[in-house]
Write a protein that binds this ligand. Structure first.
Ligand SMILES: CC(C)(COP(=O)(O)OP(=O)(O)OC[C@H]1O[C@@H](n2cnc3c(N)ncnc32)[C@H](O)[C@@H]1OP(=O)(O)O)[C@@H](O)C(=O)NCCC(=O)NCCS
Length: 199
């Protein structure tokens, strides 16, 4: 029995990732519509964006399957191969992006949450980072104001979960990413903060 019960985790790399790109695109568009991302995603754009993982030998996609159906996924790649906007904050404080393995999204169908799959996504990506020789891992999270009109009442932020996994919020490592929020006509720029862990 895995921590996720009937759900099976699979770590994919290289060309094997192509087969799950449509599932990953579907999950990103569906899950990131919710707070705090509010992302008005487009499936065709997502597929093009995600295909880059398949072309990178040291990228990782962890998928969670219920039977054959993909119900969740989590991604990672070397920070040195991520967008320039993500590498710049590290360089600015004297950290070498080549030392870091960067975790992209974790997206899980709501029906499968609270069963340990999120924890298993971290463990699988950390295992892959270690296998590739990285001692440092990082990810970033959007920062929304607490009084935002779309914040659901009783929303529990993921900060405690990330802290428990050994990650530290780095107020000195910030970036801005642009996307179109639900209900908006155009893209806006969103403040992101990095979280890091060193073994
Ligand atoms: C983030 C996400 C992948 C976590 O998946 P999950 O399988 O539900 O997480 P887990 O069951 O492993 O639980 C993780 C932690 O969250 C907390 N948690 C679990 N269920 C919870 C619930 N219903 N309410 C509040 N906290 C909960 C627990 O503290 C748990 O940590 P612990 O077991 O170490 O104490 C999932 O919630 C998700 O897809 N969220 C939307 C997208 C997102 O925010 N992604 C993260 C950034 S890309």
């Amino acid at each position: 029995m895995t921590p996720a019960g009937a759900v099976r985790l699979e770590t994919l790399a290289g060309a094997a990732i192509m087969a799950v790109v449509p599932d990953l695109a579907r999950l990103r568009v569906a899950v990131f519509r919710d707070w705090p991302y509010l992302y008005d995603g487009d499936d065709a754009y997502e597929r093009r964006y995600l295909a880059k993982y398949a072309g990178m030998a040291d990228a990782t996609v962890v998928v969670a399957r219920d039977g054959e159906r993909v119900v969740g996924a989590s991604t990672a790649l070397p920070l040195a191969k991520a967008e320039a906007d993500m590498r710049a904050p590290f360089r600015a404080v004297g950290l070498d992006p080549r030392d870091w393995y960067y975790f992209g999204e974790s997206v899980l169908d709501a029906a499968y949450r609270g069963r340990g799959i999120g924890v298993a996504f971290f463990q699988a990506r950390e295992a892959r980072a270690a296998a590739l020789g990285y001692r440092r891992t990082t990810f970033c999270a959007v920062e929304r104001p607490d009084d935002h009109r779309l914040r659901p009442p009783g929303y529990v932020p993921l900060d405690a979960f990330w802290t428990k996994r050994g990650y530290v919020r780095r107020a000195d490592l910030r970036a801005r990413f642009s996307w179109r929020d639900i209900g908006e006509a155009a893209e806006t720029s969103h403040p992101m903060v990095f979280w890091t862990r060193q073994r």
